[in-house]
Ligand binder design. Structure first.
Ligand code: BGC
Length: 760
């Protein structure tokens, strides 16, 4: 916890930086070892480690590929799972538990959360990220960071920025327009930096519009520090620095990992011969000193209660499971009946992703054993398939079919093996492995009561599964307690309330980014622009299998009376939610906004708020959700700032982005989004401005064309045609002989501009 006293110590240690030699300052900006910074003069070393969903503390040799071992720690659901909870408060509790585990092994910074946007379903690292939507990602990450930092451990918001693929990740340039950057790829970062004040931000490996993130002054200084007010430390991703001097000049504070002696020396030389501003070296050293002081001030003696953390991991996993389909209420299972459990992942669960985030769990729940413990009827098991392809597939299938046929219900565990998705590479397709589909088809033919539990870090093309199985649980990756949580949901001990945080398309080719991913020659063009995820499917009116926000329950909910109240902060939305079914359950209410009269191209709807409520059967409550004004804004790339358009906003409340139950219109005052008029402004632009229309009307009254102005004869609407003509050219082309020249029009424009800026 950062207190007043600790803030004072933070400043004191930053002040001490002024006394350091150039060599000492430069030394602070480079790591000492794989996971530690240097202790220099009064500044103590900071220990860091991955992250994000568990503590990967390596007592011995370090690596960032997840190859070496690490001491056992609770493996909470990775972001792909946790995001499906749509539960920021849960994310905060997980963050706080992670802080305890980090403290117990002496870590000052946990390298997470990862909040990159899931631009394409093939990205190998999507399991480490929350969502395709920046609002949802931001809300969850804010609480995760708050939870962690309230326990005295710094977060590292990563990977800043636009790191949305693994292919060529250390070189590729993400080519993205400004509006898309701000609205989609930077928006969650902005929100978390402003609202949760992470102690560190980790810059990504890739380039953004040609410039490495680590050397990107626009990103690290103009946007992050000067606009968002970030006061923490910018650390490089491990090995992301190609040129330390350029990086420090751009805004990087700490190069990781160590040993960086040669680069430290290069910084000293560049500062002494004037190629690098000494103030940049001071800034970096001060940031390291500030972080070190924050970590020292937050240090606590903690003994981790592994059982309690395992229980939290189970609760989190249970809240993160999505009931994707449940035909004729096949689920929850009748626990008196017999169950055939099928699939290799029932014995060896897929519960986390591969690479730098890979945690050594304290224990792992076996779904099979957990189902055995939860079901009174007989539980049988058949492996069904072998992810290594080492066994006779036909024989495995035949055994599984026999087992399924002999039971009352079959539960098939399907998904991707660890070798099929990981940090470091992207997938080529999103298909469920063919042997598993063949198995499922045969099992369903023998046992119509078949449930499928899907485990994978990335979205899969589930259409064939949906077509054959009667019920489907979307398990994503659920962490070490996922097995118990799956049993809880299958048996109804937990009523599922998770919602997908990423659209499940009917086919990969439907994904908005499909033709642009992963680029070539170290460049990837973000050609779909702002239309990422559901924004892209919606704008093209495309059918999807499971829309963003989808998730069923063992009960049902009614929505009534959407009430909207506008105030200076935004809109307060209130909806009455009633549990109309027979079981207690939790409903996630989602709010989407759209602007019918927008002057810019916008998605048909965007998530701008959500909240959840637990209700007993028959119970009703009013849920209040605050829609913040800033979330209604678009990025105006001419004005280089956010603009809330004035006009009518449609606010819809629903159970998913395509299950909208209520909608109301509300009027919002807009921000001033006007640019001064010039000779390049069109007649239409001037006419749509009240002051402009009046002034033009007065000035040109005497030139009004007789009759219809010739439009009818030409078969055109003259005014609409003329609307697109820049006023300067109109005067030049059509004003000859009228006595009205460019100077007169400029004077008119000046007077319109003056009246507009005076607020007439
Ligand atoms: C990953 C980071 C990670 C770092 C340290 C890098 O390869 O991109 O997410 O924090 O290694 O392990």
């Amino acid at each position: 916890m950062v207190t007043k006293g600790s803030e004072h110590r933070t400043r004191a240690s930053e002040d001490a930086v002024g006394e350091l030699t150039p060599e000492q300052k430069a030394a602070l900006g480079g790591g000492a070892s794989f996971w530690r910074t240097k202790a220099v003069a009064g500044v103590s070393a900071v220990a860091m480690s991955d992250g994000p969903h568990g503590v990967r503390f390596q007592a011995e040799a370090g690596d960032h590929l997840g190859l070496g071992g690490s001491v056992p720690a609770t493996c909470f659901p990775p972001a792909v799972g946790l995001a499906q909870s749509w539960d920021p408060e849960l994310a905060r509790r997980v963050g706080a538990a992670l802080a305890d585990e980090a403290q117990a092994v002496g870590l000052g910074v946990l390298l997470g959360p990862g909040i990159n946007i899931k631009r394409d379903p093939r990205c190998g690292r999507n399991f480490e990220y929350f969502s395709e939507d920046p609002y949802l990602s931001g809300r969850l990450a804010i609480e995760w960071v708050r939870g962690l930092q309230s326990g005295g451990v710094g977060a590292s918001l990563k990977h800043f920025a636009v790191n949305n693929q693994e292919h060529d990740r250390m070189r590729t340039s993400a080519e993205v327009d400004q509006r898309t950057l701000r609205e989609i790829y930077l928006r969650a970062f902005e929100r978390v930096v402003r609202d949760a004040e992470p102690w560190t931000v980790m810059c990504s490996y890739n380039r953004i519009n040609g410039v490495y993130a680590s050397q990107n002054r626009w990103l690290l200084t103009d946007v992050l520090r000067d606009t968002w007010g970030f006061d923490g430390l910018v650390v490089s991703d491990w090995g992301a620095v190609a040129d330390r001097v350029a990086a420090v000049a751009a805004g990087l504070d700490l190069q990781m990992p160590g040993d960086t002696a040669a680069d430290d020396a290069a910084v000293v030389t560049a500062a002494s011969d004037g190629r690098l501003d000494a103030s940049a070296v001071d800034r970096a050293a001060r940031a390291v000193a500030r972080l070190s002081a924050r970590v020292d001030a937050g240090r606590r003696d903690v003994t981790v209660d592994a059982d309690a953390h395992h229980a939290l991991a189970r609760e989190a996993a249970g809240r993160s499971i999505v009931l994707l389909k449940n035909e004729n209420d096949l689920l929850p299972l009748d626990t008196r009946r017999s169950v055939a459990v099928i699939g290799a992942f029932a014995e060896d669960p897929r519960y986390q992703g591969g690479g730098s985030s890979h945690v050594t769990p304290t224990r792992v729940d076996s779904p099979l054993e957990e189902i055995r413990a939860a079901v009174d009827g007989e539980v049988t098991f058949a492996r069904g398939f072998d992810t290594g392809g080492m066994a006779d597939a036909g024989a495995l299938r035949a055994e599984a079919v026999r087992t399924a046929a002999a039971a009352d219900v079959a539960v098939v565990f399907a998904g991707l093996a660890a070798s099929q998705e990981s940090e470091g590479f992207d997938r080529d397709d999103i298909d469920v492995p063919g042997d598993q589909l063949a198995l499922l088809e045969e099992v369903v033919a023998a046992q119509s009561n078949t449930v499928v539990v899907v485990s994978a870090g990335g979205v899969l093309r589930l259409a064939p599964v949906h077509a054959s199985a009667r019920a489907i649980l979307g398990g994503a990756l659920l962490g070490q307690a996922g097995g118990g949580a799956i049993a809880d949901v299958l048996t109804g001990a937990v009523n599922p309330s998770g919602r997908v945080a990423e659209t499940f398309p009917l086919r990969l080719e439907d994904a908005p980014s499909y033709p642009h991913f992963p680029g070539e020659h170290s460049r990837v063009r973000y050609g779909e622009g702002i239309f990422v995820g559901y924004r892209g499917y919606d704008v093209r009116g495309q059918d999807v299998l499971y829309p963003f926000g989808h998730g069923l329950s063992y009960t049902s909910f009614g929505y009534d009376g959407l009430d909207l109240a506008v105030d200076g902060e935004g809109i307060l939305a209130r909806v009455t939610v009633t549990n109309t079914g027979e079981r207690a359950g939790r409903e996630v209410v989602q709010l989407y906004a759209s602007v019918a009269t927008s002057t810019v191209s916008r998605a048909p709807r965007e998530l701008v708020g959500f909240g959840s409520v637990d209700l007993e059967p028959g119970a009703s409550t009013v849920i209040s959700v605050r829609i913040e004004r800033r979330d209604l804004a678009y990025w105006d790339d001419r004005l280089n700032r956010w603009v809330v358009e004035g006009g009518t906003y449609r606010i819809e409340a629903g159970a998913s982005s395509r299950d909208l139950r209520l909608g109301e219109d509300v009027e919002m005052d807009g921000d001033d989004g006007r640019l001064p008029f010039t000779l390049e402004s069109t007649l239409g632009e001037l006419m749509s401005d009240p002051v402009g229309a009046q002034a033009l009307g007065e000035a040109f009254a005497s030139f009004a064309p007789a009759g219809d102005g010739g439009g009818e004869a030409l078969g055109v609407d003259m005014l609409r045609m003329a609307a697109s003509i820049p006023i300067g050219r109109m005067v030049r082309g059509f004003g000859a002989g009228s006595g009205v020249g460019a100077a007169e029009v400029q004077a008119l424009l000046d007077s319109i501009n003056a009246r507009n800026s005076a607020g007439d």
